[in-house]
Design a binder for this molecule. Structure first.
Ligand SMILES: *Cc1c(COP(=O)(O)O)cnc(C)c1O
Length: 347
């Protein structure tokens, strides 16, 4: 028998209490509407296995994935009917799968309505496009017989600029209200995380936060309400001492101006710690910020250990990854910062 591989030298520490608290805060902000959860992309990279049970326990009852391949791990953790699939049924195979597993496809077009009808139909959601011009039924098509005969649970639309004070928000709200009058449905839903802060008229029956559940702060109105959930951690593989004039990493972009103790950490751009962090990132050890030095490599990053003489080989450091601050420093969006986290992390 082959031995078990040793544990990964990278892990995503996930604060389940913070995740539950974020859901409860967003649910409370949703007023009379219930908050669901966008758990596509393996819960924005945090992992469905950790997040979905914690969200369910907090009281969340509606979960949205994007791809059909994302259904199984979510459906295995919640009762039938609690999962919606945003990309909808493009093919008969996908429609048959939805029926077999008991998840709700989101119908996004007349084509998808036809595919769902041909598969025998049943309860589904409907996404109408009210101005983002992405996936969704054009409002002009809402009177079509294929749409009118759907058995719609949630009538969805999606805001393009919820994180901004944009006139498009009111335009989309008004079109979504038109759609609500034009087709029968049980529940209506418009707001993502930022949309929840736009007020009661945007709430309908169900809100669909994603990023803010996971610690993202997409707009000022959520500042102070959202807790950090994710902390990537990596092992220090080697400690070395630089002499003044020694350089670090590819292209020697950092040169020591004194004797320095540095650590080589098992985290690189393959893991989602992109090269834009070169010279800008930092890791945390017992409250101390340890700057990243030189270029980030594929599998490793060098950090300054001057302020942490106790940190040694085999110790772990946490990446400084408060999402709003990390986004400001790196230039990456908070969404990218989450979904970039690579396959080598233990989740
Ligand atoms: C991803 C997504 C959400 C969640 O958006 P956030 O900005 O992450 O809160 C909600 N609705 C739809 C249709 C989505 O695709």
């Amino acid at each position: 028998m082959r031995p078990e591989p040793p544990p990964a030298a990278l892990r995503l520490a996930i604060d389940g209490d913070a995740l539950a608290a974020n859901w409860r805060a967003l649910d409370a902000l949703s007023g009379a509407a219930a908050a669901g959860a966008a758990v596509k992309a393996d819960a924005y990279g945090l992992g469905v296995a950790r997040t979905v049970p914690a969200l369910w326990q907090a009281g969340c009852r509606d979960f949205y994935v994007a791809h059909w391949a994302e259904v199984a791990p979510v459906a295995a953790r919640v009762p039938p009917g609690a999962v919606g699939v945003l990309h909808g049924p493009l093919t008969p195979v996908e429609a048959a799968y939805a029926k077999a597993v008991g998840v709700r496809p989101v119908i996004n077009s007349l084509h998808q309505a036809q595919v769902w009808h041909n598969a025998g139909g049943g309860v589904c959601d409907l996404m109408v496009d009210t101005g983002i011009n992405r996936l969704g039924l054009p409002l002009e098509d809402i009177g079509h017989a294929l749409i009118q005969q759907l058995e719609i649970d949630v009538l969805l639309s999606h805001l393009a600029s919820a994180d901004e004070d944009s006139p498009l928000n009111a335009v989309q709200l008004s079109r979504w209200q038109d759609a609500r009058r034009a087709v029968a449905h049980r529940r209506a839903s418009l707001a993502n995380s930022a949309g929840i802060t736009l007020g009661n008229t945007y709430h309908g029956d169900l809100t669909r936060p994603g990023i803010a559940l996971y610690g993202g702060v997409p707009c000022a109105a959520l500042e102070g309400l959202i807790r950090q959930v994710l902390r990537p951690e990596a092992a220090v593989m080697q400690v070395r001492t630089l002499k003044s004039g020694d350089s670090v990493g590819y292209n020697a972009t950092f040169v020591a101006d004194r004797t320095m103790r540095v650590g080589v950490v098992s985290l690189g751009y393959e893991d989602g710690y992109l090269r834009c962090w070169s010279g800008k990132g930092a890791m945390l050890a017992g409250g101390r910020r340890l700057s990243a030095l030189g270029r980030v490599s594929m599998d490793m990053t060098v950090i300054d250990l001057s302020a942490a003489p106790d940190v040694t080989e085999g110790d772990w450091v946490a990446v400084d990854y408060d999402l709003p601050r990390a986004s400001a420093i790196s230039g990456l969006s908070q969404y990218e910062l989450l979904t970039l986290m690579g396959r080598r992390f233990a989740r």
